[in-house]
Design a binder for this molecule. Structure first.
Ligand code: 13P
Length: 254
């Protein structure tokens, strides 16, 4: 069985005091919750990373990750952040391939593959994001697009390295739009992703891979989405910026 996970991608939101307040509210609310095998990942901006790792240190269920890393190990890349730096601050996850990085920062498949390699090399768990555009779904090529993203960008990994990764399916048309994939659309795509992993690696690896849903997930719809057999939790944007809604989403895990 895959691990159930709720992750919050804060994107480019929250200044210092807002970020610290949100973390202390979340840790406070979760303190009294006897949530068993819970795994929560917070993805703040780079600048807050070290401080938030410290703030979350008391709760082993809460992990911290970066929203990006560079595809090189080190060097003359002004303004960029290396995987080794993220690791050195005690963060242990990194988002790779988010659609906003793909579209606004022109991140190509080759670059994403390199970023995944960097993350693995520095013991960061990649949360690898895939998803189709609305035109691609409307042209009924969405399965092909997802298969290509997996095949070209992450399937170069050995089985042992692939097992370290988390996949997030985020249909681009559902991100920040208030439009959520229907339960049928989410389940069929998650099942397809799992079957594709099974064909490439093995049934056992496919069953153990956490596949998260992202795209306008909130505390009203999370329970229904998380109940789907191939959905192992969520990658939450807007609704992760408010402690009450984020904790309610966490409590929606089956
Ligand atoms: P929203 O939840 O705001 O739609 O964002 C989803 C997302 O992009 C998470 O990475």
């Amino acid at each position: 069985m895959a691990r159930k996970i709720v992750a919050g991608n804060w994107k480019m939101n929250l200044n210092r005091d807002e970020a610290f307040a949100l973390v202390s509210e979340i840790t406070g609310m979760l303190k009294d919750e006897e949530i068993r095998d819970l795994k929560v990942i917070l993805f703040p901006s780079f600048i807050h990373l070290g401080a938030i790792v410290q703030l979350c240190n008391g709760d082993s269920r809460i992990h911290v990750g970066a929203q990006n890393c560079n595809d090189h190990a080190a060097g003359a890349y002004t303004g960029e952040i290396a995987a080794s730096m993220i690791q050195s601050y005690g963060a242990n996850h990194v988002l790779i391939g988010h659609s906003e990085r793909r579209s606004y920062f022109n991140e190509s498949g080759d670059k994403l593959s390199q970023k995944i390699n960097m993350a693995i090399q520095y013991s960061l768990t990649p949360v690898f994001c895939i998803g189709e555009l609305l035109e691609e779904r409307n042209s009924a090529i969405h399965f092909k697009i997802i298969e290509q993203q997996l095949t070209n960008e992450i399937f170069h990994l050995s089985p042992d390295d692939f097992k370290k990764c988390i996949i997030a399916y985020e249909p681009v048309w559902a991100i920040g739009t208030g439009l959520t994939a229907s339960p049928e659309q989410a389940q069929e795509m998650h099942a397809f992703i799992r079957a594709t992993i099974s064909t490439k690696y093995s049934k056992e690896i496919a069953e153990q891979t956490s596949i998260l849903y992202g795209g306008s997930c909130n505390d009203q719809n999370a329970k229904q989405i998380f109940a789907l057999p191939d959905v192992d939790g969520g990658l939450i944007g807007g609704a992760s910026l408010k402690s009450r809604s984020f904790v309610n989403i966490i409590k929606s895990l089956p």
